[in-house]
Design a protein. Structure first.
Length: 90
């Protein structure tokens, strides 16, 4: 009986109060905050500080290699990082 009630509440919340999925950059930023990592840590992971800055400022998109590193080393789910997102205008 409780399972049915939980399912009904979840369905109601999903329908009336959907939670938008975070864009990859926002997800990385939240993960860094939660784990105490800095943009310098991201730069070391990705190979350079300027590259990390470009990613976090939305001037460059994540590559498959970057997504793989973020998933395997930091544990961020890769399916959350492969979503398309808007880059900053040049």
């Amino acid at each position: 009986m409780l399972d049915i009630l939980v399912d009904l509440v979840e369905h109601y919340e999903d329908r009336h109060f959907p939670i938008p999925e975070a864009e990859p950059v926002e997800l990385i930023r939240a993960h860094m905050t939660e784990t105490g990592r800095t943009q310098a840590d991201l730069g070391r992971l990705l190979g350079s500080a300027p590259r990390a800055s470009e990613i976090m400022n939305r001037r460059r998109a994540l590559t498959v290699d970057m997504i793989h590193k973020l998933h395997t080393v930091w544990g961020i789910p890769s399916e959350c990082l492969i979503r398309p997102y808007h880059l900053a205008a040049a």
